[in-house]
Design a protein around this ligand. Structure first.
Ligand SMILES: [Zn+2]
Length: 314
């Protein structure tokens, strides 16, 4: 249906990616995700790409993208190829959306979040046959590829609530911005990503993304969702809850702590060595299958800058 994409890319060599949103500096939680995806790409002799997910412009912080790239460099996480910025790819997204619309797979929806809440929280495809105008409304995609369960390389079998799986979801927001669900899949296909290694907070939207991959390209990449670093059960370390930026001038402590979190405690005599030496050691010892499989791991940052992983949750 969408001829510019095909699934041949999945038979190609390993391509992974790190896709931060530049809404602030990198914190310990994002370092863990970056490191796991980088190491998995390296041990598979793959490419590791970086993509700035700056599509949600109101959340973008000026200077954060450059700051994130400098931080990745300071931590020895050197990427392959050019960094891709979603904000520069509107034509690509619009093109895919136009093709979906041409195939009668999208429709405008006027339901506000408040209205959906009154109706019980989920969207029941209320506007599918209402023939609303696009003006001032969100655009939803008709769900033709519901995915009820998928196998994650770390979290094993993940099941999705039936109503959620069958929901026509938003691909273009009322404010005119492309929805994350759409652009992340279009980008992964366009960049020929074969494996996505990222934080377990993105586990739930994955089923929906797999459905969209099938619709657009016929196949989806592999997924591995790494344990999420949380400040308290259910609260991930994030820019929103003021997780501190990691130190660019002295990367070794946070790098070693992130490796420890991933089940790779760095030997004491190596911890003072260069970032390159620590990463080289990590590449020799990393195995995706050996990563912790908890959905969340609680992390505390102490005054002296060292990290503690106490209560394993979920
Ligand atoms: Zn609606």
């Amino acid at each position: 249906m969408l001829p510019q994409f095909n699934s041949d890319y999945l038979s190609g060599s390993y391509r992974g990616r790190f896709a931060p949103s530049p809404s602030g500096a990198l914190h310990f939680g994002s370092l863990i995700a970056a490191l796991a995806s980088f190491l998995d790409a390296k041990v598979n002799q793959g490419q590791w790409l970086v993509r700035m997910e700056d599509i949600d412009t109101p959340r973008v912080v000026a200077g954060a993208a450059d700051d994130i790239l400098r931080t990745l460099e300071a931590y020895g996480l050197h990427w392959d190829g050019e960094v891709v910025y979603q904000s520069q790819r509107h034509d690509l997204y619009q093109d895919v959306l136009a093709q979906l619309s041409k195939a009668d797979l999208t429709y405008p929806c006027s339901c506000t979040r408040k209205v959906l809440k009154q109706r019980g929280g989920t969207y029941d495809n209320h506007c599918r046959d209402r023939q609303l105008t696009a003006q001032g409304n969100a655009l939803r995609l008709i769900q033709t590829q519901p995915v009820y369960a998928f196998t994650d390389l770390l979290q094993s079998e993940v099941e999705l609530n039936r109503a959620l799986a069958e929901e026509d979801y938003i691909v273009k927001r009322r404010d005119g911005l492309f929805a994350y669900q759409l652009v992340v899949v279009v980008d992964d296909i366009d960049q020929q990503i074969t494996r996505v290694v990222r934080g377990a907070d993105l586990l739930e939207p994955t089923a929906r993304q797999i459905g969209l991959f099938r619709q657009l390209s016929g196949a989806a990449p592999d997924y591995a969702h790494v344990s999420l670093a949380v400040a308290q059960p259910g609260f991930k370390l994030s820019k929103q809850n003021h997780a501190p930026a990691i130190d660019n001038t002295q990367p070794q402590p946070a790098l070693c702590a992130a490796l420890g979190f991933l089940g790779l405690p760095v030997p004491a005599d190596l911890q003072q060595h260069s970032v390159a030496q620590i990463l080289s050691w990590a590449q020799q010892h990393f195995s995706l299958q050996a990563l912790p499989r908890h959905r969340e791991i609680q992390v505390s940052l102490h005054q002296d800058g060292h990290y503690d992983f106490t209560g394993l949750t979920a």
